[in-house]
Design a binder for this molecule. Structure first.
Ligand SMILES: Cc1cc2nc3c(=O)[nH]c(=O)nc-3n(C[C@H](O)[C@H](O)[C@H](O)COP(=O)(O)OP(=O)(O)OC[C@H]3O[C@@H](n4cnc5c(N)ncnc54)[C@H](O)[C@@H]3O)c2cc1C
Length: 476
């Protein structure tokens, strides 16, 4: 527990920016993992100077500091595991789009969807598209290197960051790169910060790369006879050099969840089958050319399909993706939501393994994901409180992680390590790799004040009971 004198000094130096009321402390004590840890203060800084002061004080008194944006993180990375102070940057929301250069200048707390809308209003496009875009902050997406739906065609957050500004853990101000299109001066510290989950610095501002907004989109939902047929069809598309903006695979268990929720089958007559949801975007001529090829592909390989250029109709096809997650809780009260990634040549192998795991464990494991990235959400459902199921689920997740690594994949493709994946880090990295990462942390943060207890220290999340609260992004 930090010394009382630290808090008094903090309050004195950052007058008006320090909150200690029970309500604020509670709601900032966890992220979307709902793993709560008691904290002493929440700091909502008014300016840069206050952030520098806060970090210097934290170093002086050895108080842990956890930075947070919107708190949508699923891994517990923004849950303040070691307590102390939470630096809440959700109020830093300014956005300016430079339509001449195609760059956006944003403060860290700006909500992703607002940035996307502001860019699109003037014909530009910010492609990263996590499903949490209505809520998550740009700073959080940078700290997690968030991915989302559009990865295979457009890449992930890292591909759209020109420059970052913020503070080192010791409270010194730094600027990594600037609003230039090329920059190779010194080490690439910008990219070291991206995806470092708030352990190496505090991001305050970013310069984003925008691209021209693709004017048209076309959506297709196709039912397949089996997982194997769906995944083989996806590989055939890639071989034909068709790169959809979105290409989501959904296994039959996931489709069943969506159908339960919508109350009707997507394709009456073919039953509940695996599906692929696909979107092409671009200019009319090239889009039409690819559309014809994709339609022939769907006819040849699929059981049935539905296509549209219309946004409202597309939304009905999207129901298979959007409505599946809420219904999963009918299969178990707890979800281990894994976001593993495997090489593209191994996707069919992975899904075969998951199907085998379902049989072995007797658990429901609805699986869907960004198939063109090899990035799948494997949702291991079990009932917390049922000791037998808890043990089976734990074994299943360990087996999944080991298998993914053996396939040449990764334990996380977009959510990051945080607390949830920390027990599996040793499967992914050898001792030398972990030592190199820790050495960077120790040099930049010798007092280990910034987001301590994350990534490197194994923490068993399923042994801690999450808070029973409804968050704005939770499915109703
Ligand atoms: C419904 C739902 C859907 C999701 N879908 C996706 C998806 O499709 N793809 C995907 O990649 N993720 C997804 N996520 C996960 C989550 O939204 C992302 O990880 C997002 O990037 C977190 O942003 P945030 O502002 O909520 O960050 P927070 O949760 O507040 O923080 C996340 C991490 O970033 C650090 N951090 C935050 N701000 C800063 C800063 N200014 N400086 C330094 N570090 C900082 C925190 O310390 C923490 O480690 C989803 C989450 C939910 C709840």
């Amino acid at each position: 527990m930090p010394k009382k004198s630290a808090l008094s000094e903090l309050k004195r130096r950052l007058r008006g920016s320090v909150k200690t009321d029970a309500d604020t402390l509670y709601w900032k004590s966890f992220d979307s993992s709902k793993l709560s840890f008691p904290i002493e203060a929440v700091i909502q800084p008014k300016n840069d100077r206050e952030i520098g002061t806060l970090l210097k004080l934290a170093n002086k008194h050895k108080v842990p500091v956890t930075t947070r944006g919107s708190g949508t993180c699923l891994t517990g990375a923004a849950s303040p595991k070691e307590g102390g102070w939470v630096l809440d940057l959700s109020g830093w929301k300014k956005i300016r789009v430079d339509r001449e250069t195609g760059m956006a200048y944003v403060e860290t707390g700006a909500v992703l969807e607002n940035i996307k809308k502001r860019a699109e209003k003037v014909g530009w496009y910010y492609p990263p598209d996590p499903s949490s875009k209505r809520f998550c902050s740009i700073g959080g997406t940078i700290a997690c290197n968030a991915g989302g739906m559009t990865g295979a065609k457009y890449g992930v957050t890292r591909d759209y960051i020109y420059a970052l500004e913020g503070f080192l853990p010791n409270g010194e101000f730094v600027r990594w790169a600037s609003d230039v299109r090329k920059y190779v001066s010194g080490y690439n510290m910008k990219d070291l910060w991206i995806g470092s989950e708030g352990t190496l610095g505090v991001i305050t501002r970013a310069v984003l790369r925008l691209i021209p907004k693709p004017p048209l989109r076309w959506t297709l939902l196709t039912a397949f006879k089996s997982d194997a047929k769906a995944l083989a069809a996806i590989r055939a598309l890639t071989k034909d050099r068709i790169v959809p903006a979105i290409l989501e695979f959904l296994d039959d268990e996931t489709v069943l969840c969506a159908e339960r929720r919508t109350g009707k089958p997507f394709f009456p007559g073919v039953g509940t089958t695996p599906m692929v949801l696909l979107e092409l975007d671009g200019y009319k001529e090239s889009l039409e050319r690819d559309r014809k090829k994709v339609l022939a592909w769907a006819k040849e390989r699929g059981l049935q399909f539905s296509e549209t250029y219309d946004d409202e109709e597309a939304e009905q096809l999207w129901a298979v993706r959007r409505q599946s997650s809420p219904a999963m809780y009918e299969l178990g009260n707890t979800k281990l939501n894994e976001d593993i990634v495997v090489p593209l040549r191994k996707t069919a192998h992975l899904i075969r393994f998951v199907n085998q795991l379902k049989k072995e464990t007797g658990l429901a494991i609805p699986t869907f994901g960004h198939a063109a990235d090899g990035n799948f959400h494997v949702n291991i459902m079990f009932n917390r409180g049922d000791k037998k199921q808890e043990r089976i689920a734990e074994k299943a997740v360990v087996k999944l992680m080991k298998t993914v690594v053996a396939m040449g994949g990764a334990i996380t493709g977009e959510h990051g390590v945080g607390l949830a994946k920390s027990p599996f880090l040793k499967f992914q990295h050898n001792k030398a790799e972990i030592a190199a990462m820790r050495a960077i942390k120790e040099v930049l943060d010798p007092n280990n004040i910034l987001n301590p207890g994350k990534i490197f220290e194994p923490y068993i999340v399923w042994q801690k009971t999450p808070e029973k609260v409804q968050l704005p992004w939770d499915h109703k």
